[in-house]
Design a protein around this ligand. Structure first.
Ligand code: AMP
Ligand code: ZN
Length: 498
């Protein structure tokens, strides 16, 4: 294991401090994932990228990482910045929207956007988490958690749900500063509900026998609160105390504050030792958000012809702890820099064809030093601007050597690029390698394409008249011929040969 430590700003102690793992050499890390009611936007991805960079840096300094990042598919309400969330379930609202018309039910909608999120994740070259649990797969544990909280005197049942009793947990507010006393003074909006013992209490379980996704519990039909999902999933996979938890800055309150209260009330132990929050990605100085309508999805940017690696590059070009304004200039700079890595990779690969004559040791040490400096920068609270500058200096040095590189120099150059890719993920991706490979596959003839389009049309008609047996059999026949169909929310169907 390397002697380096990874230092990260901890929102709880409000200091930059070394990341210490409870079990030596193993990092237990939880990241709040997306709510799958729509495409994740690049602001969401900036937060996920922070987590990805932590994982990459931790691995580079020799840690094993168990990384859990969840999928929220129930319980996240539209007004989620209120101390006790209110409004409609985001999933249900999405089903009633224009896009929602293309889905038969909320489960289909969730599955569609979950798949889209995973696809975007892969395109942006994020590392695969150890597990991606879904809130709906853990409802039993959430009901058990609600019951344990009641039994321990931390929660109570009302005609509308089960509520966490903030007064019973004096540490409430330690992360965000929003203590119960401040909430009582109206520092943040709370849901007025006379059934609650105190207006600052928040829902662990909501009673609702009309909800589109509902489960039976000791309190009747209903659904879990958003915060209890993450408390339960983190514990299920990582244990009572985790090393690190991340999310976007808006997650700090109420989501993470409530997670701490519930988890610590449940176990009597510290829930998490280190909290990392990504500052917002902004457009023209404002938070990028679906509700503000000023957002880009990964797909929108790809349609403009940008490469996935350039989007990734642009999103990590600003350090995660500072608000980051996203502009067209950032994107075009990123595209240029990704090209620089491509040129360096080509030059290094060409050198492999040459003879194994002497090694340029000064060149080898320069690359080694640049990688070490990039890693040092990442260990200093993920200083991506410096790490990226070091990487680029290496790419330039390789291109500058050009034809004068021997085979051994070429190998050294490729090792540098590979290690840098492991750390920052901007040199190449499996996704891009796969897309390039696909281009070489035999193309479908015009006649066959027309026939496939005809079958897709027939399937669409069958679906419209609710003849799902015919629709499914067309999909199955095409699948046996190696044709995969992708249903888009706007009703169009795209296809590809597997
Ligand atoms: P959601 O799908 O709303 O649950 O959000 C998923 C993650 O993205 C959460 O950790 C949010 O805090 C984060 N997030 C949302 N908007 C932004 C933004 N503009 N910049 C950075 N992170 C964001
Ligand atoms: Zn969460």
């Amino acid at each position: 294991m390397s002697s380096r430590t990874l230092k990260l700003y901890d929102s709880l102690s409000r200091t930059v401090k070394p990341l210490v793992t409870l079990e030596p050499g193993v990092l237990k890390f939880y990241t709040c994932g997306p709510t799958v009611y729509s495409y994740a936007h690049i602001g969401n991805f900036r937060s996920f990228l922070t987590a990805d960079l932590i994982v990459r840096t931790a691995k580079a300094i020799g840690l094993d990482v168990i990384w859990v990042t969840n999928i929220t598919d129930v319980g996240h309400l539209t007004e989620d910045d209120v101390a006790d969330a209110q409004g409609e379930d985001k999933m249900a609202k999405a089903l009633r929207s224009k896009e929602g018309e293309h889905f038969n039910n909320v489960w289909e909608l969730a599955e569609f956007y979950e798949d889209a999120y995973k696809e975007d994740w892969q395109k942006l070259n994020l590392s695969e988490p150890s597990i991606r649990p879904k809130a709906t797969q853990h409802v039993r544990e959430q009901i058990l958690a609600a019951q344990t909280l009641i039994d321990k005197g931390f929660a109570y049942e009302t005609p509308t749900g089960v509520y966490f009793k903030v007064e019973a947990f004096p540490d409430y507010g330690k992360l965000s500063g929003n203590t119960q006393e401040k909430l009582r003074r109206g520092v943040r909006e709370v849901v007025q509900d006379d059934n609650k013992q105190d207006q600052s209490d928040f829902a662990v379980w909501k009673k609702d026998d009309k909800h589109l996704m509902q489960w039976f519990s000791p309190y009747g039909w209903g659904f879990p609160g958003w915060h209890i999902e993450c408390s339960v999933m983190a514990r299920a996979y990582l244990g009572d105390t985790i090393d690190l938890h991340s999310g976007g800055e808006d997650n700090m309150f109420p989501h993470h504050e409530c997670e701490i209260a519930q988890s610590e009330a449940l176990t009597g132990k510290t829930f998490c030792n280190h909290w990392v929050h990504t500052r917002f990605l902004q457009v023209n100085g404002e938070k990028m958000a679906k509700s503000a309508g000023n957002f880009y999805t990964v797909r929108m940017l790809l349609e403009r012809g940008l490469s996935p690696l350039a989007i990734r590059y642009a999103l990590i070009a600003g350090q995660y702890g500072k608000p980051y304004n996203f502009t067209d200039q950032t994107l075009s700079d990123a595209e240029l820099n990704v090209e620089r890595y491509k040129r360096a990779t080509i030059a290094a690969k060409e050198a492999l064809e040459r003879e194994a004559t002497g090694e340029d040791s000064a060149f080898a040490s320069e690359l080694n030093l640049l990688y070490q400096e990039a890693l040092d920068a990442m260990c200093e609270d993920l200083n991506t601007p410096v790490a990226l500058a070091k990487g680029l200096a290496g790419a330039r040095a390789i291109t500058r050597q050009g034809d004068s590189m021997s085979k051994i120099d070429g190998e050294n150059a490729l090792t540098f690029l590979e290690k840098l890719n492991g750390l920052l993920g901007i040199v190449h991706s499996d996704y891009e390698d796969e897309s390039e490979a696909k281009v070489e596959e035999p193309t479908v003839s015009a006649d066959e394409a027309a026939e496939i389009e005809g079958l897709i049309e027939k399937r669409k008609e069958a679906k419209k008249s609710k003849d799902f047996a015919t629709a499914d059999s067309i999909r199955k026949d095409l699948s046996e011929r190696g044709i995969t169909l992708v249903d888009n929310p706007d009703g169009t169907v795209s296809w590809s040969r597997a």
